[in-house]
Design a protein around this ligand. Structure first.
Ligand code: NAP
Length: 500
């Protein structure tokens, strides 16, 4: 945990292309601190030509014997060096990411720690990865082995840069590939810092490129280029669908971590204080800018009024402020325009007849005037079919609904195009099991929320995406599987037997 802002060293604003830092050939763009609107850094966007150069360098580096034939334990050693480099600079990385994203230092420190942990977990998985000797059905020996794909394109959103970068770069490199990473336009700085750490850790040139720039330019080239063999995408469902369509044209494997509108369910036997804390953390931490935000709250009718009164009381007591203040719980949103889009969602819900229980506006005062702040907001009074219950807001906005009947509750909880996560708060383990199985989602948390472990596969169903990150099969998802048949018979194949 980071208690106070560490000084930031020189900020790397150059793109990392083919093992060299240099400015992208595109327009100069400011990266803004959403806490006060100040310019953190100015950097040049990459162009389509920059992306093509990065892909060509990635292809050459992935095919070079030095990388292709490197033994797994030596590749794992590089991943450990990268983890060491991240850990040695956590305070600096956290300060940079807080300036670029607005997040609290506690969160950005945790994200950097998580990135380091990802490289270590993947290194361990790489060293212990087995290939299979499969059961033969004839006089031959059969094996199933895995080989690198080549160049992997990684495209990330702005909400957790260094952690989501690591979740793609580490398993892709472990699988023997090269990676071309496109960070989000709003938050490129910490990804460039990670590029420097990877270079310092001894990663051979060309195996990683980091290209700041527009998704519609760089992202589009990465997805369509014939030499890119795998796409790892995290972002919104609309963009994800476009990426998946382009991947389908060239039969390219793609993992898609997309949006959510996750239900959190509080049963009448739940520990109220624990559930209030969990619901607030689930939706208001990261200022709600989290794919797994528990943004649809179902509360048993029998405790609805009591629970909501306590939830509103605690929500109003959350401390809203800059991410550099150790006391802050709810930091600014990533960008002023995103704050405005969240405000528009709330205005739409109120126009649809929602009742505002708290928040619903930006906080007032000199501390907040220039920042992209928005108060934690709770709405009620609309059915699950309302737009605010169906669309992802990606901000600190919770919509609450009472429920009475379990069967109807399951139907409502599953009545969403999304299927990313769900939270259950109950003392009844049988009910928890029943609901956990009935909910259509990639992750269910029971009496906790928003906890992660590298060893536990994560991903969505329905419009929340496809494929999984994390777990022991993580590296394999960045490899092609190949079958080997070794003939063990001394005699020629029987079919070919002739009278000659
Ligand atoms: P987004 O608009 O879909 O952008 C995601 C990334 O895709 C950005 O780097 C973006 O570049 C790029 N992109 C845009 N157009 C593209 C194109 N035509 N081809 C290829 N790439 C393109 O999403 P966002 O607003 O940054 O992030 C918020 C979304 O991410 C939410 O829906 C959230 O739920 C989701 N998310 C999901 C997970 C998960 O694990 N399931 C985790 C975190 C976030 P630009 O920055 O230049 O637009």
């Amino acid at each position: 945990m980071i208690a106070s802002a560490a000084p930031m060293a020189t900020i790397e604003t150059r793109a990392f292309i083919a093992g060299t830092f240099r400015h992208g050939a595109g327009a100069a763009v400011d990266s803004i601190n959403p806490a006060d609107g100040s310019v953190v850094a100015t950097l040049h966007h990459c162009t389509a030509e920059d992306a093509q150069e990065a892909i060509a360098a990635g292809k050459a580096a992935a095919e070079a014997p030095a990388w292709r034939d490197m033994l797994p334990h030596n590749r794992a050693r590089i991943l450990h060096h990268i983890a060491d480099g991240i850990e040695a600079q956590i305070a600096e990385i956290a300060a940079l990411q807080t300036a670029d994203t607005g997040k609290t230092l506690a969160e950005t420190g945790a994200l950097a720690q998580s990135a380091s942990g990802t490289f270590r977990y993947v290194a361990a998985a790489l060293e212990t990865m087995d290939e299979a000797l499969t059961t033969p059905r004839g006089p031959y020996l059969t094996m199933s082995i895995h080989e690198p794909i080549g160049v992997v394109a990684a495209i990330n959103p702005w909400n957790s840069p260094i952690a989501s970068d690591a979740q793609k770069i580490a398993p892709a490199l472990a699988g023997g590939n090269a990676v071309v990473l496109k960070p989000a336009e709003w938050t490129p700085l910490v990804s460039l810092k990670l590029a420097q750490i990877c270079a310092d850790a001894g990663l051979p040139a060309g195996l990683l490129s980091v290209l700041p720039g527009r998704g519609s330019v760089i992202g589009d080239v990465l997805v369509r280029h014939p030499d890119v063999g795998r796409i790892a995408f995290t972002g919104g469902t609309v963009t994800g669908r476009r990426v998946a369509a382009a991947a389908a044209v060239k039969f390219m494997p793609a993992s898609l971590e997309l949006g959510g509108k996750s239900p959190t369910i509080v049963f009448e036997d739940a520990d109220i204080e624990q559930a209030v804390a969990g619901v607030m953390y689930g939706v208001f931490s990261s200022t709600g800018q989290s794919c797994i935000a528990g943004s649809r709250l179902f509360v048993a009718r029998a405790i609805y009024d009591r629970f909501m009164a306590r939830l509103v009381e605690c929500t109003q007591a959350l401390r809203v402020g800059p991410g550099t203040d150790a006391a802050t719980q709810v930091a600014p949103m990533v960008h002023h325009s995103h704050r405005d889009s969240v405000a528009a969602h709330v205005a739409g819900a109120l126009a649809d007849g929602a009742t505002l229980l708290c928040g619903g506006r930006a906080p007032e005062g000199p501390l907040y005037d220039k920042g992209a702040y928005y108060l934690p907001t709770i709405l009620e009074g609309l059915p699950n079919s309302a737009t605010i219950c169906q669309e992802e807001v990606f901000g600190p906005v919770l919509v609450a609904l009472p429920f009475e009947d379990e069967a109807d509750l399951i139907a409502q909880a599953n009545d969403s195009v999304f299927g990313l996560a769900c939270g259950l708060w109950t003392a009844d383990y049988r009910r928890a099991w029943r609901f956990a199985r009935a909910i259509k989602a990639g992750t269910v948390w029971i009496n906790t929320y928003k906890q992660f472990s590298s060893s536990t596969p994560f991903g969505g169903v329905k419009d929340s995406g496809m494929g999984r990150e994390k777990g022991r099969d993580w590296i394999r998802s960045y490899m092609h599987q190949k079958a080997l048949y070794w003939g063990m018979d001394e005699a020629p194949l029987a079919w070919a037997k002739t009278q000659a």
